[in-house]
Design a protein around this ligand. Structure first.
Ligand SMILES: O=C(O)C1=C[C@@H](OP(=O)(O)O)[C@@H](O)[C@H](O)C1
Ligand SMILES: C=C(OP(=O)(O)O)C(=O)O
Length: 434
């Protein structure tokens, strides 16, 4: 499936001549759009999402909800989805769902299927069949749901035989993904007894759980979080349909902030303020430590790049979708860039730590690969074709590097369609080339 506007098999970037100066608007947040689609589906009444993301990840979510008997109308030009919620019921008693390589869709829907009465199958692209979902299946089994990995690999395809979800207590490992927790939290209000979830080990990607709680509250439900160790969702609650406006995507913003950083230019991203609950807005804190100037306003963030970037050592567990953005520009810094505590990104669209080490080395960059991160040393970058492994963030991150150094070609640029179909058009606009 491709939603990208007819990309060629490869794109060679043209470096910019001098500092750029750009005002940027971005597509809606993937995380908020897919949460709001789920919450609207579970609500009572008709909801409209405005400024939503239209990309592969939201298309597979919307289509899966339709297959479950929940009407979802879309207007990709007006950027709205209109959802007829079914008050926590799943109308279809049989369905086969295709989730592509969307982790949020796979995880959120697996929990949602447990609310149904029937038998459901959920599958995705070959890489999705390598992305673990067993902790969520185990949690659902603790709640009495017959949920299983069909191949026994602990990954999709997943089969759920559901007879409704009463609720209860669950022990959930936290170290692989926060999406299992978000998935359970969102169905919690629709259970009779509610959910009490205890996290085993340290929870990764914590800000996404904040997004989940915030979105649930926006649709009228309450959740209680005790220090990211224990979560209590009262049962018998009703989500209320509403008009909901999606914030721009903070992970998408990271590419444009990085562009300012490497060109010594200025980029202002609109409609995304420093008080956003999206953790990835804190990528600018990392750039600030590297010497950028950051102006944080209620409804915009501006980054001004320095003459020369400094190295940095940073724990990126909470903002791991921006690891590739930082790693791709890291060779241009005057000192080493050390990224720690992101072992979980080996289970994303690709093994991101290994993919980064491989592709940076291809460009002549000196890199150490650790189990949980990377060290990237100041290096001259030589021309080359970057393999993207069907990972949108590999394509977007190395494209930023290609705006500064000569001869960077991005293989399969169309993979940006997962979350940002018109990325290269918006990049050209930011460079004044549109
Ligand atoms: O809940 C979400 O919207 C997301 C959670 C994160 O995943 P993990 O919790 O698996 O790290 C993030 O990488 C992903 O892009 C979106
Ligand atoms: C990891 C990502 O997505 P997901 O887990 O939702 O597939 C991402 O968008 O970087």
């Amino acid at each position: 499936m491709s939603m990208a506007p007819d990309y060629p098999p490869a794109i060679t970037l043209e470096p910019v001549a001098g500092p750029i100066d750009a005002e940027v608007t971005l597509p809606g947040s993937k995380s908020y759009t897919n949460r709001a689609l789920v919450l609207a589906a579970l609500a009572e009444g008709t909801s409209t999402l405005h400024a939503a993301l239209f990309s592969e990840d939201t298309a597979v979510m919307a289509e899966s909800l339709r297959r479950l008997g929940i009407p979802v109308a879309e207007d990709p030009v007006g950027l709205t989805f209109t959802i007829e919620g079914k008050e926590g019921r799943i109308p279809a008693d049989r369905a086969e769902l295709f989730v592509g390589n969307s982790g949020t869709t796979a995880r959120f829907l697996t929990a949602l299927l447990a609310l149904g009465q029937g038998e459901y199958l959920l599958d995705g692209v070959p890489r999705m069949r390598q992305r673990p979902i067993q902790p969520l299946l185990d949690a659902l089994r603790q709640l009495g749901v017959d949920a299983a990995s069909v191949s026994g690999s602990g990954c999709p395809p997943v089969r759920v035989r559901a007879q409704g979800l009463a609720g209860g207590k669950v022990l959930l490992p936290g170290s692989l993904s926060s999406q299992y927790l978000s998935a359970l939290l969102m169905v919690g209000p629709c259970t009779r007894l509610g959910l009490e979830i205890e996290i085993e080990g340290e929870l990764v990607s914590k800000p996404y759980v904040e997004l989940t709680i915030q979105a649930m509250q926006a649709f009228g439900a309450s959740v209680c979080c005790e220090g990211y160790r224990r979560f209590v969702v009262p049962g018998g609650q009703r989500y209320r349909a509403r008009d909901y406006t999606v914030e721009p995507d903070a992970s998408a913003a990271s590419y444009f902030f990085a562009l300012a950083a490497v060109t010594g230019g200025r980029v202002r991203v609109h409609n995304l303020g420093s008080r956003s609950a999206q953790g990835d807005v804190r990528f600018v804190d990392v750039l600030e430590r590297m010497g950028c100037q950051v102006i944080r306003e209620p409804d915009s963030i501006t980054v001004q790049g320095p003459a020369s970037l400094r190295g940095v050592e940073v724990d990126m567990n909470a903002i791991s979708d921006t690891v590739q953005t930082l790693a791709a520009i890291a060779p241009l810094a005057s000192g080493p860039v050390v990224i720690r505590n992101v072992a979980h990104i080996r289970h994303k669209e690709t093994d991101r730590i290994h993919a980064l080490a491989t592709e940076l080395r291809r460009l002549g960059v000196v890199v150490d690969e650790f189990p949980d991160g990377l060290a990237i040393y100041p290096s001259p970058v030589r021309p080359g074709t970057v393999q993207t492994y069907d990972d949108h963030r590999m394509a977007m991150s190395f494209a930023v590097l290609g705006c500064r150094v000569s001869g960077i070609t991005i293989d399969n640029p169309g993979c940006v369609a997962k979350t940002f179909p018109d990325f290269f058009q918006r990049l050209a606009a930011a460079l004044g080339r549109a």
